[in-house]
Write a protein that binds this ligand. Structure first.
Ligand code: AKG
Ligand code: FE2
Length: 246
C-alpha cells in the first residue's frame, strides 16, 4: 500500500490520475489498466462484506448468473436521479476519487455484484452512461476478467468465436482495486466466464502483480465486486421538488 495515499477525503478531487499510481500500470495491456493489490485490508474486506449482506432482501436484484445491488441511483440516458451513497461505501469511493480516477469528479454510483462459483457476466461494454473510468474492488474470492475485441473490428475473414476475440485477461485478487480507462474501457468488451475454476495462462496480463504463475489453477469461491463509477448526467431531486438548492 502507498503511504498516505488513501487517507485524505477532501471535497475537491485531483483532476489527473495520481502519479503514485504509475507503478501499478499493467504494461502489457492496452492503455490503461491500473491493478493495485491489497488496496484494502482484510479487516476492511470483512467490514464491506458485512455491510453488503446487511442490505434487506429487496435491495438485491437476481439476474441469470449473478445478483446485484444498485447504490447511488439508477443511471438512465436522461440522467440519474442521484441518491447519496451510504457512509460505508463513501469511505471507499472517496479514496478512489482522491486518486484522481474520475478527473476531479467524485464517484457517485456503486454496483455490487455477487457471483457464486459457476456464475459470471457476459461480455459487454459499460457504455456512455458513465464517465470513461471504471473501478472495481474485489471481495471474498478472485475473478478472471476477460477482454474481447468488439466483433466489428475483427475483419471479415477469420473466426469470430469468443475464444479468438479474447485479447487478454486480468486476475483480480480479493482486496485489489482495478482501474480501467481509455482503450480498455472504451473499445474492449469485458466479461467473466461461468466457471468453477480458472486456469492461468500467459494471456493473464497482470500475473506478476497478482502474485500468480502460468499453469496455476484457482478454485472459485463466492465473489462480491464493487463497481465504482462516476455518472456525469445527474438530475437533482431537490430541483424536481421545487427546492432551490441541489
Ligand atoms: O464483477 C466485476 O468485476 C465486473 C462487473 C461489471 O463488469 C459491471 O458491473 O459492469
Ligand atoms: Fe462491466
Amino acid at each position: 500500500m502507498i503511504k498516505g495515499m488513501f487517507t485524505s477525503s477532501s471535497m475537491a478531487y485531483p483532476c489527473q490520475i495520481s502519479k503514485e499510481l504509475e507503478q501499478y500500470v499493467v504494461t502489457n495491456a492496452p492503455p490503461t489498466v491500473y491493478y493495485i493489490p491489497d488496496f484494502i485490508t482484510e479487516v476492511e474486506e470483512q467490514y464491506l462484506l458485512q455491510e453488503v449482506y446487511k442490505a434487506p432482501k429487496p435491495k438485491w436484484t437476481q439476474l441469470s448468473g449473478r445478483r446485484l445491488q444498485n447504490w447511488g441511483g439508477l443511471p438512465r440516458p436522461k440522467g440519474m436521479l442521484a441518491e447519496k451513497l451510504p457512509d460505508w461505501l463513501l469511505k471507499y469511493t472517496n479514496r478512489i476519487s482522491d486518486l484522481g480516477a474520475f478527473n476531479g469528479k467524485a464517484a457517485n454510483h456503486v454496483l455490487v455484484n455477487e457471483y457464486k462459483p459457476g456464475e459470471g457476466i457476459m461480455p459487454h461494454e459499460d457504455g456512455p452512461l458513465y464517465h470513461p473510468t471504471v473501478t472495481t474492488i474485489s471481495l471474498g474470492s478472485h475473478a478472471l476478467l476477460d477482454f474481447y475485441r468488439p466483433i466489428g473490428q475483427c475483419g471479415t475473414e477469420g473466426p469470430r468465436d469468443e475464444e479468438s476475440r479474447c485479447l487478454l485477461s486480468l486476475l483480480l485478487r480479493p482486496r485489489s482495486l482495478l482501474i480501467l480507462r481509455e482503450e480498455m474501457y472504451e473499445r474492449l468488451l469485458h466479461g467473466i466466464r461461468n466457471d468453477w475454476e480458472d486456469t492461468l495462462t500467459e494471456r493473464v496480463a497482470n500475473l506478476s502483480s497478482a502474485s500468480a504463475q502460468p499453469g496455476g489453477v484457482l478454485t472459485r469461491g463466492t465473489r462480491v465486486s464493487l463497481t465504482i463509477r462516476h455518472v456525469p448526467k445527474v438530475i437533482c431531486a431537490n430541483l424536481l421538488l421545487g427546492r432551490k438548492k441541489c
